[in-house]
Design a protein around this ligand. Structure first.
Ligand code: ZN
Length: 203
């Protein structure tokens, strides 16, 4: 996974952030738009530019907004000064985020932010201000469970990713969560038999 750099132009240099203790989650309460659009919305409000550091599209794309090293504009004075603001596109009063969005969010926190800043608290916008954001359908339990799971090394999951890309697996995340489960011996040999027959070209 990667972060898509958008190089947005800000009206003024945003202030450097001296502390990073938390990630604050938002929903956009809108349809699926890119950071360029949200940047324009926030400029129209008279801000320096987009208030969030990252946005996550419905297809799972992670787009960079405001410079990660600076103070965001997304959760008021008490929330902004020591946080990274992440906005998921969609309205989670009405629907849940997509699987792709949640996978990207977990990756962003676990694989990208945690190695840089250490373990961060993950909170909703509504813990800092009177708002519904990120919406009553945001899956907090699922997110907490996934953030607690130990990181799985790449070599254990690369076959799953390959088979999913080839269309042989529907739900790679399901299998990744069970990556260390033990299959019964018969399953192993049936699989070997099938692969052998396929390679040999027999039914
Ligand atoms: Zn919000």
């Amino acid at each position: 996974m990667q972060i898509l750099e958008k190089n947005l132009q800000f009206k003024k240099q945003t202030r450097a952030r001296t502390e990073t203790n938390r990630v604050i989650i938002h929903h956009s309460a809108s349809h699926d738009v890119g950071v360029e659009t949200i940047h324009q919305w926030h400029l129209d409000r008279g801000w320096h530019g987009i208030g969030y550091h990252f946005c996550i599209r419905k297809n799972g794309d992670i787009e960079r907004g405001r410079d990660e090293a600076t103070v965001g504009a997304h959760a008021g004075k008490s929330g902004n000064h020591d946080s990274i603001g992440v906005c998921l596109l969609g309205n989670y009063e009405e629907e849940a985020p997509t699987d792709a969005q949640m996978n990207s969010l977990v990756w962003l926190i676990k694989e990208y932010l945690t190695p840089k800043y250490g373990v961060l608290e993950v909170q909703g916008h509504n813990e800092f201000m009177s708002t519904a954001c990120p919406g009553k359908k945001f899956p907090w339990d699922d997110l907490e469970r996934r953030l607690k799971m130990p990181a799985v090394p790449e070599w254990k999951t690369s076959a799953i990713d390959y088979l999913a890309e080839e269309g042989l697996l529907n739900d790679p995340e399901y299998w990744k969560e069970r990556i260390d489960d033990v299959p019964p011996v018969w399953a192993l040999f049936i699989m070997m038999e099938r692969i052998y027959k396929a390679a040999k070209g027999v039914e």
